[in-house]
Design a protein around this ligand. Structure first.
Ligand code: GDP
Length: 206
């Protein structure tokens, strides 16, 4: 099923390159390899929109995507821009890279009035890791609403999914910026996409 035409607008390496304020934005964040590109591709119905398989260091940018023409009437989504945030948690990331990531993401979250929610992706096999907790803390500090999305649920046994959701909810319950619902997805099996679209629609038009 197609979801309109999406186009890459620009990569933003620092705040002065942000596009002017436009439609509401939602952003995707997560550890490298969590399945972020695959999920954005599955969501927009456009393969290859977000690069699958990122090279560390080359992707320290906020990547903006918009539906072409802003026509708005995409299947179930109101007009919006999707922002692919740089991945974090590379095994050998030098400290300066982590600091640059933190600064870019924090400045963007704090200053962007059109940014409505961040979807924080967690691999359903691995659960919440220390660098995910660090990212959550940053979102709390920026008072930036975020919602956890489990990825790759096709890789775990069916009963492990509600367990992982419960475990994740337990970990975010003290986080004031966390939305208290976790979405389970698989890009591979196109699972949970309607739940994700619904959450996006609600984040944009609460
Ligand atoms: P990113 O680094 O977060 O953008 O992650 P990618 O989207 O590039 O995915 C990383 C790896 O996980 C790739 O080999 C994907 O094929 C795989 N992957 C992504 N989503 C899924 C999924 O839903 N199910 C399975 N089984 N593999 C996935």
């Amino acid at each position: 099923k197609a979801h309109g035409n999406w186009a890459f607008v620009k990569g933003v390496p620092s705040m002065e390159f942000l596009p002017p304020l436009g439609p509401p934005e939602i952003a995707f964040a997560g550890r490298s390899n969590v399945g972020k590109s695959s999920l954005i591709n599955a969501l927009t119905g456009k393969n290859g929109l977000a690069r699958t398989s990122n090279t560390p260091g080359r992707t320290q940018e906020l990547n903006f995507f918009v539906p072409e023409g802003f026509s708005g009437a995409m299947d179930n989504l109101p007009p919006l821009a999707v922002v692919d945030m740089p991945g974090y948690g590379y095994a050998k990331a030098p400290i300066e890279m982590v600091e640059r990531w933190t600064e870019l993401v924090f400045e963007y979250m704090r200053g962007r009035v059109t940014l409505k929610r961040i979807f924080l992706l967690i691999d359903a096999r691995h659960g919440v890791k220390q660098n995910d907790l660090d990212a959550m803390k940053l979102m709390d500090k920026a008072a930036m609403s975020y919602q956890v999305v489990l990825t790759k649920t096709d890789k775990v046994k069916e009963p492990a999914i509600p367990r992982m959701i419960a475990e994740t909810l337990e970990k975010i319950k003290k986080s004031p910026a966390a939305f208290p619902e976790v979405i389970a997805t698989s890009s591979e099996k196109s699972r949970g996409m309607d739940d994700l679209r619904e959450a996006i629609a609600k984040a944009i038009n609460p």
